[in-house]
Design a protein around this ligand. Sequence first.
Ligand code: ZN
Ligand code: ZN
Ligand code: FE
Length: 754
Amino acid sequence: MLSRRRLRAAGVVQGVGFRPFVHQLATALTLTGHVGNDSAGVFIEVEGASAALDAFEAALRNNPPPLARIEQVLVEEIPALGETRFRIVESAARPGARTLVSPDIAVCEDCLREMADPADRRHRYPFINCTHCGPRYTLIRDTPYDRPATTMADFPLCEDCAREYADPANRRYHAQPIACPRCGPQLWLADAQGAVLCREDAALQAAQAALRAGRIVAVKGLGGFHLACDATNAAAVSALRTRKGRQGKPFALMVADLDAARRVVEVDAEAARLLGGLERPIVVLPRNAAGGVCDDVAPGQNTLGVMLPYTPLHHLLLAGMGPLVMTSGNRSETPILTDNAAALAGLADIADVFLLHNREIQVACDDSVVRVFEGHELPIRRARGYAPFPVRLPRKVPPLLAVGGELKAAFCLAEGGHAFLSQHLGDMERLETLEAFERAVAHLQRLFRITPEAVVVDRHPGYFSSRWARGLGLPVIDVQHHHAHIAALMAEHGLSGERPVLGLALDGTGYGEDGAVWGGEALIVDAAGARRAGQLAYVPLAGGDAAVLRPYRMALAHLRAADVAWDEDLPCVAACPPPERGVLRQQLERGINVVPTSSAGRLFDAVASALGICQRASYDAQPAIELEAHAALDDAGPAYPFDLHGADPVRIDAAPMWRALVADLRAGLSVGQMSARFHRGFVAAWGALAQRLCRAEGIGVVALSGGVFQNTLLLGRMTRSLRAAGLDVLVHRQVPPNDGGLALGQIAVAARYP
Ligand code: ZN
Ligand code: ZN
Ligand code: FE
């Protein structure tokens, strides 16, 4: 008795070897029928004995190909047709349907083996790939995912590649980026004027020689250009800093393999898993001082951001080389460059030579950055390898676009149960970023066929993203910054706000309900909204950006609020030139150009300045990051005291902490001890506040979000302390705690949960 079933699989099911897998499975079970792709996913019809059909269905659900992510399988019984074979049928576009797009995947072991084999036709070919690896998101122009809809459309297949592409038994069956030295993209080395110096293997060897000689090489990668130099060569690193206009911000490294990573950073099992995973992010790990990497790579830090090669080109380039600096190919704070001509023009006075190829990059995508927390990734920058994989929402939402914040821009397109958070796009103050932002919005709208009905913005009136969004002619929904942070965390944990959680939003700056600069908030959040139940006590923030760039200004404001005199022996006082000090005193006394702030990030800045760690910030959160790096983990002295007073909201007052810190400073305690005591006192204060509020409100879950929680020392201590008090703790695993995750929370709030 023959039965026939129609199945639809949705999720990441295209470009991951799904159809050949289905073909092999059906053939092995002697089933007939067909399989094909359309813009909603994969459609299958199978015919045979019912037991064989059951086995087919079970294997599909339980053992799909490694890169597939099946979200749903729909099955229906249909009349048998008496077919005689199983076929793979043409792709079909279905109006109104959506399929997910795979992120870019690191080159696989099979491809690396072939690349190393002198007898293989792809020996040392830098663009080798197969169904299980290679570029995806960065070369897709449209869905369904097929070669004509990618940037590989420009490369007609040779006979050998065409045969592999058409053979269901081959590893490269329907591998859309399939290529070989005869028919695929080519590599060359150019000078800064664009003149070709050499090609293919000679280009690789010349690039390696240039790196060994201390030169800066621009390398065209997967989602954009890198600037590379020898990380053990102080002159090269310093030249790169000068030419790129990047002062203190750390550079990421690429090393040849895990053993090489172990020489420069401490790699535990979890770090090894993340370093070698398919996503291949930059993993921020404790630095191994004996690793030979020069200090200027990450000044003032005890960590290094390290990644392993993820394209065949990187493997070839890194072979036999020491650690390389691999930083985004751009000028400071502008989007990563993707186009040969634009890179030659934009990087001409930075790079000495250019390693180029002719495979176009459709979508700019930076390297992702993660830290490791409790056996999982804590995303810091979400881009290549992760985007555009969606966050599954706990409830269906109408089509919406959320535009995020100002720094670390990323937008979110959502519809139904999917929230597509874009890759990191840079800081929005720049025109170039705004243009990249517009292009990326248009591209993702086309890819996922989402036409937003409304646009969601931060409540800050001055954000570029909000102003851009208001020009779209769509209804605008605005969402408070820290509400969005907590909602993002709830959304990624599948919470829709039926029960309230206590959100601790510890952040740099965000526009508050009262017009103040918020950033140290305890919010009670549920589907109905957010209520501020606690905060860091306000201190005056004088002069906006100046307070961020010169953290001593924030330290002086805090000292004044704590009634500590501005004596010259204090590093933050000494760092403030006397004329500036006079103006600042007047500003604070008279309240001129002053906004109250509850920012936790600014408090960390102020402490870093008071301890003499950092008086001028050359990148976002530098003082706080250096303060964390200094903390002496073995210190057992008393935690600095904070006061809790008032109600609705309860205020955490830092004044007693300042008095204790200044006393320790004068007693000559080490910076490390003082940093540790500050961290512990800060955790104790928020822990006490959280316990009080949770008890009063009957809440059992605390959500930790905001940029300050990139600090894993703080995150770890806070998590342990809250758990010890019997509370459940949520931390970020899918989207960053910083403003890079904001857009997801904006979607959740706009869709009326939480
Ligand atoms: Zn492969
Ligand atoms: Zn070929
Ligand atoms: Fe924020």
